[in-house]
Design a protein around this ligand. Structure first.
Ligand code: GLN
Length: 489
């Protein structure tokens, strides 16, 4: 497959062969960020100096005859809940406003070893809790396709930066859809790998049994390449799996002839926007035309995924966020001499956390408390087990399962911000992949009449990202959605 201009692969090829220097590529990306970021608010931190010196090092190594890495000179942005050594990392929370991690996330180390150049940290919902990027302490991100719309969340800054062509790739994290839904809303590709495929070391934890890190790019082949670089077992993350990592770039052009694409019709039926449904049905037709067999699959308990997800993720968040106490790092309030340690904790958390994070800590503490644990948390875990089984059965009939990524196109900033429940319901199609630990991808599958992007979600079997990406690449090759650029960049 030939690489589109300014793709991850095109830049890597240019830098590796000396057609362009990594410093030139980096300088151009920094200029685009300078011009567009005041409008988009996609970056919390731009690390120009560090990026330029990393790019210069890539050029020096090339000049010295060292083999260029698979991402030589590729500018990459990192969601602001991933630690980069020496680079301010806030999770878009006031509580970590001045936090500068003394270590790199494992994914960041992998990227740098592959020759990538880290440009900065992208805006997101606070601690990745949200679906619109409006829960950021640093203000919302604007959708490059329509400035009055949300880019989705929680990895909204990463999605906007890639869609607006500021960088060819950004990393996101996905606990219940935070890579896939913003990818859908911004018209790009986003991959949530299988739970355990990518090390979570250095990711500021939200819900540890659901969190995964993945690439956001403008095409499937770029996502496959970056996934190959960041995947693999890691001694620093006990949940990372000892599965061999194939070269995900191989086999992308095999097509879908002989593949069975499962469609859970009964689940997709209600509450989906007409234009989204139309684009989805057209995508299913494309698969059929390309030689895939379309089969019906049942996920009878999929509608229970939202309540189960919001019980499990809040329970885990309430535990994970207990560490932000003002003692070790982050925001610390000014105390009077006779204030107690308890006052330090109370004021730190009251001043540092935003309203959605507080809501989730309270909800999570509640569902874990004696007397409610069995009724809520345990029930949610049982639903989770049921869902896993239903997917296993569905994967006996299908190789890949297709759904819309989001039930609606990108909504207006402010439209759902005052109603948390409405916001939670937008995650209806994405959370079950996290509950079941399955890999899933969102690929562009059309536009509304107002030119707002629509995403198609494909879900695969555990550790079968290869088949998943092959199906996504076949769909992409049969359409031209991924080549269109938004007006705002
Ligand atoms: N929107 C979901 C939530 O608010 C998912 C977030 C995520 O994947 N980080 O929890």
């Amino acid at each position: 497959m030939s690489a589109p201009a300014e793709s991850v692969r095109a830049i890597r090829d240019d830098v590796a062969t000396g057609r362009r220097s990594a410093v030139d590529v980096c300088t151009a990306a920094l200029a685009r960020i300078d011009a567009a970021n005041p409008r988009l608010n996609a970056f919390n931190t731009v690390a120009a100096e560090g990026a330029l010196s990393a790019a210069a090092a890539v050029d020096r190594h090339r000049a010295a005859g060292e083999p260029p890495g698979p991402l030589a000179g590729v500018p990459i942005a990192i969601k602001d809940n991933l630690c980069v050594r020496g680079m301010r990392t806030t999770a878009s929370s006031k509580i970590l406003d001045a936090f500068v991690p003394p270590y790199d996330a494992t994914v960041v180390r992998h990227l740098e070893r592959a020759g990538a150049v880290i440009l900065g940290k992208t805006n997101c919902d606070e601690f990745a809790m949200g679906s619109s990027n409006e829960n950021s302490a640093y203000g919302p991100v604007r959708n490059p396709w329509a400035p009055d719309r949300t880019p989705g969340g929680s990895s909204g800054g990463s999605a906007a930066a890639v869609a607006a062509r500021l960088v060819p790739c950004a990393l996101g994290s996905d606990t219940g859809g935070s890579i896939r839904q913003p990818a859908a809303f911004c018209g790009i590709v986003g991959v949530k790998p299988t739970y355990g495929r990518v090390s979570r070391y250095g990711l500021l934890a939200f819900a540890s049994s659901l969190d995964q890190i993945g690439p956001m790019t403008r095409n499937v082949a770029d996502a496959a390449l970056v996934l190959s670089v960041i995947a693999g077992q890691d001694v620093a993350d006990a949940t990372s799996a000892p599965e061999p990592v194939p070269d995900f770039s191989e086999g992308l052009d095999l097509g879908v002839r002989g593949l069975r694409i499962g469609v859970p019709r009964a689940f997709i039926g209600s509450g989906v926007d007409d234009q989204v449904l139309g684009a989805f049905e057209a995508a299913v037709d494309r698969f059929r035309e390309a030689g895939a067999t379309i089969v019906d699959v049942a996920l009878p308990n999929a509608a229970a995924a939202i309540p189960a997800y919001y019980l499990v993720c809040t329970a885990e968040a309430s535990s994970n966020l207990a560490r932000y106490d003002g003692v070790r790092y982050g925001h610390r309030p000014v105390l009077a001499p006779d204030d107690t340690l308890q006052t330090l904790y109370d004021r730190t958390r009251d001043e540092g956390f935003g309203p959605e994070v507080k809501r989730r800590i309270m909800l999570g503490t509640y569902v874990l408390s004696a007397g409610y644990y069995d009724a809520y948390y345990l029930k949610a875990q049982q639903v989770r087990t049921l869902l896993k089984r239903e997917y296993e059965q569905a994967f006996e009939r299908a190789d890949v399962i297709a759904m819309p990524t989001s039930p609606t196109p990108p909504f207006r900033l402010g439209e759902k911000a005052a109603d948390p429940l409405q916001m939670y319901l937008t995650d209806v199609f994405t959370v079950s992949a996290n509950l079941a630990g399955l890999p899933a991808v969102s690929v562009p599958c059309g536009f509304t009449a107002d030119t707002l992007p629509i995403g198609l979600q494909l879900t695969g079997r555990h550790f079968d990202e290869a088949t998943l990406l092959r199906a996504a690449a076949a769909y992409e090759a049969a359409t031209d959605w991924a080549t269109r650029a938004p007006p705002l960049g």
